[in-house]
Design a protein around this ligand. Sequence first.
Ligand SMILES: Nc1ncnc2c1ncn2[C@@H]1O[C@H](COP(=O)(O)OP(=O)(O)OP(=O)(O)O)[C@@H](O)[C@H]1O
Length: 717
Amino acid sequence: MATLGMHRDFLMEFAALEKPVQKRVFEVFEKFAAATHAGLHLEKLTHQKDPRLRTIRITDFWRGIVLKAESGDSYLLLKVLPHDKANDWAAKHRASVNEATQGIEIRNDVALERATAGLRALAADEPSRLFPASEYPDKVLRSLGVDEEILPIIRLVPDEAHLEALHKVLPEQQYDVLLGLATGMKPEEIDRELVQAYARTAVQSARASEGDELGTAMARSRGRIALVSGADELLEILQRPFDAWRVFLHPSQYRVAYQESYAGSARVTGGPGTGKTVVALHRAYHLARHLPSDAPDGCVLLTTYTKDLAAELQRCVELLITEDAVRAKIRVVNVDALANEIVRADRGGAPLKLVFDQKEITARWARIARRLNLDFTDVFLDQEWRHVVLAHAVATPEEYLKVLRTGRGSGLGPLKRLQVWRAVSAFEEQLRQAGEWTFLQVCAEAARVLDGSGERPFRHVVVDEAQDLHPAQWRFLRALVGSGADDLFLAGDTHQRIYGNRVSLRSLGVEVVGRSYRLRVNYRTTQEILAWSTALLTGEKPDDMDEGKETLAGYRSTMHGERPETTGHATKPEEMAALVAQVEKWTASGVEAEHIGIAVRFIQFGRDIVQALERAGISAFVLGAGRSGAGVRIGTMHRMKGLEFRCVAVAGVTDGTVPMKSAVTPVDVDAQQHQEDVNSELSVLFVACTRAREALRVSWHGTPSPFLAPVISGPRP
Ligand SMILES: Nc1ncnc2c1ncn2[C@@H]1O[C@H](COP(=O)(O)OP(=O)(O)OP(=O)(O)O)[C@@H](O)[C@H]1O
């Protein structure tokens, strides 16, 4: 049977075509997929660089470009272009095989020659070199797949900006390797994360057959080339061209998601937009597909922090998994809802009375402190309860006297501890008497129920946004699945921690050492937005949930665009008027309203913005209020987690609002907690900014937030 591959570019160009042309493309290539291509007419081109390139007529105007193996029966769909552009493309491009990964690379010889001439001219006056031979010997670069043609060119590159300018010119895998080196990755890391990852995907591909060089090279090019098994699969891919993540996993994503089995728990980390959620989805799919035949439905849990994020995961599961029987094996539900269900079932099914209003909880602590005449603030007591008592599952005063209060700033002697314990007992007793629960108590109880019965309802648990979970939630997750191979798979990024839960996984029975993987390529955001947002974090050093330090080294995007815009205004009405004008500009340039997101720190400001937009005739609504469909989306920065938009405005980034005063423990109450809270507030701004795909605009009225100092006037004070 013929081997048919589809290049990513082909899918992207297909997505941009009008519907009738798309239909023709499908008809033409369906014949390939059905392996009856003998009757198809593949034309040679007049001035082609690569003798294996052919065009195929789609309409009078459109041509497909196909790479056809000299021997064997393999075809690669490369491009869909207007016919004159197709000729021009073929006159410049050539396919070659990467020497390290054996995958296919497409190179633009003409652009390479031009770039080399430019770099030579520059090199005469510019002595600095990004890749000096003394630091990167030929041998090392060759072993990473940099070939003889590219070596002399990259020796001339003076800095990272010039390397980035070569992005579309260099063969893709070689560019990946070089950018990795330039951004601080070590050759061994690159070998492991890129080169070996490509090679491994090839071994796993059963369709690579001997003697079929093109077929084998296609199989080694996962991430850019998808092998299509038949007309149905071709249709499946073409029907949802924007969901490229379903088919084109980067090798570094693929090897994590489709690793046959992990000896225990495993974890994937990475900056925003690196595809952690995508990997979690593919992992759940892999696990569901490889269950034994007697495994019941719903025995793979895919879970996350909030209900909204779980709903989005469910939508993606439906997109990714077309086999009903496999999909049925996966249950998607957020952690708190599942814990609630388990505790309810244990208590005969009656709904639990939940207290979730933080204001109400704080007010109760205040009343207790007053009643017991204690010299602690409501905020301090509440945090002590959540971050120490519940986090360490402390049940008695003796335990509380001994517990290590890691992460809490102010020391507490035995006398003070006993005072706090009196408050904790009173608070818990009040809840008990009213038959009330907080979410964290429900999780703790659910873990207790499971541990008590020994029941482990799931075979595998996949967790997205793992950085935000509290130790009580981790204990619950740990209790959902028996310890062993592939028990827990975690996806998360400590730089985006917005709920202030610091966790040592090991202490909670989750061991990921040696099975932790980092993703580095951002698929969502442009390099400009990414670099700008990362600068916000300067000076902040989140932990990696396992007592090490997370690093953003090598984290990058392959897309480019405008620099983010920052704009200050004298008053709130002025800021809103300018925001409305910006939204009008975006919609006028063709961005649909639903692809525009506006993030604010507190929702009342969001409601004001909705009104202002509606007065200007622009449909808009607040997220989570039950509306969907057309309209600009407005939400709190917290609510933006997990979402993405073509254009994002972050508004009201004003001193006193970001960080939000009421969300930050006063320094004199607890200095360490104060810093933690400030970090959470910074993370929440970072999360909001990194939701933007193409354009980001950040505004304020009055004095700008101190968090903006690095991007508007130098280092933060
Ligand atoms: N291999 C891929 N090919 C194409 N698109 C991809 C790929 N991987 C991820 N994406 C896209 O990149 C965007 C970000 O992916 P995803 O949401 O999984 O990232 P994330 O790391 O979970 O982000 P965050 O931490 O910010 O929530 C999504 O639009 C996703 O579809």
